[in-house]
Design a protein around this ligand. Structure first.
Ligand SMILES: [Zn+2]
Length: 223
């Protein structure tokens, strides 16, 4: 079973904190999400402390395309020579820096301001190497885990479920005061359908994009 290391990083403008998760299996690593670009040095240091370095980081997986999860991808993929996997429906966020790609669009001012404020500028943009979707598995990278499509927060949101029942859910759930649906949903009905779908899977522990990991029953109880 992979070891899981939670790396929690600050977001810009005191927006709170965001998680990346480093999975280790023997000497292979997978990084799920990368934080925002203002914490590049902190992320690098955390990876180094865990023994993750160029050559053993097998894959970077993005739960979705938001800047607070994808801010260090361009830098890391170059430095580590690691391929980047995400769902095609969020790839436009990464490629064009448009956080409203495939989402309900607010006015153009907000659209233009967000990449500037968030530190997701031209040099943070990237083109993913691999497009992944629900049903794919990570055995080719030495990890017994599968991808589950969980649209709602964004159309291309995915989760990663290990054979051990550890579920990395991106921004479907959060755990601020208590486990809950993430407060920012692009399509609420779709998010609820994603949660309904999860009952078909053997999930034990949820590792959210924001806040501490929690047991899945804790979410069920609080709702
Ligand atoms: Zn987020």
């Amino acid at each position: 079973m992979p070891e899981i290391k939670r790396i929690d990083l600050m977001m810009p403008f005191k927006l709170g904190r965001v998680n990346c998760y480093l999975l280790k299996n023997d000497s292979d690593y997978i990084l799920i999400d990368t934080g925002s670009s203002n914490q590049q040095a902190e992320l690098e240091e955390a990876l180094e402390n865990e023994g993750c370095m160029p050559g053993n980081l097998k894959l970077i997986i993005l739960t979705h395309g938001d800047f607070d999860h994808t801010g260090n991808v361009a830098y890391l993929s170059l430095k580590f020579g690691t391929q980047v996997a995400m769902h095609i429906d969020d790839s436009g966020m990464a490629e064009y820096g448009n956080m409203f790609f495939n989402r309900k669009e607010p006015n153009i001012l907000i659209r233009k301001i967000i990449p500037v404020l968030s530190g997701f500028g031209k040099k943070e943009r990237f083109r993913p190497d691999l497009m992944i979707e629900g049903g794919d598995d990570l055995s080719a990278y030495g990890f017994d885990a599968e991808v589950i499509s969980i649209p709602g927060h964004s159309r291309g949101s995915i989760g990663i479920l290990t054979a051990n029942g550890d579920f990395f859910c991106g921004d479907l759930f959060e755990n601020m005061d208590e486990p809950s649906l993430n407060s920012i949903m692009d399509e609420s009905d779709t998010a609820n359908a994603s949660i309904e779908k999860l009952t078909r899977f053997k999930i034990k522990t949820v590792y959210p994009g924001h806040g501490k990991p929690f047991l899945i029953e804790q979410f069920n109880r609080s709702n």
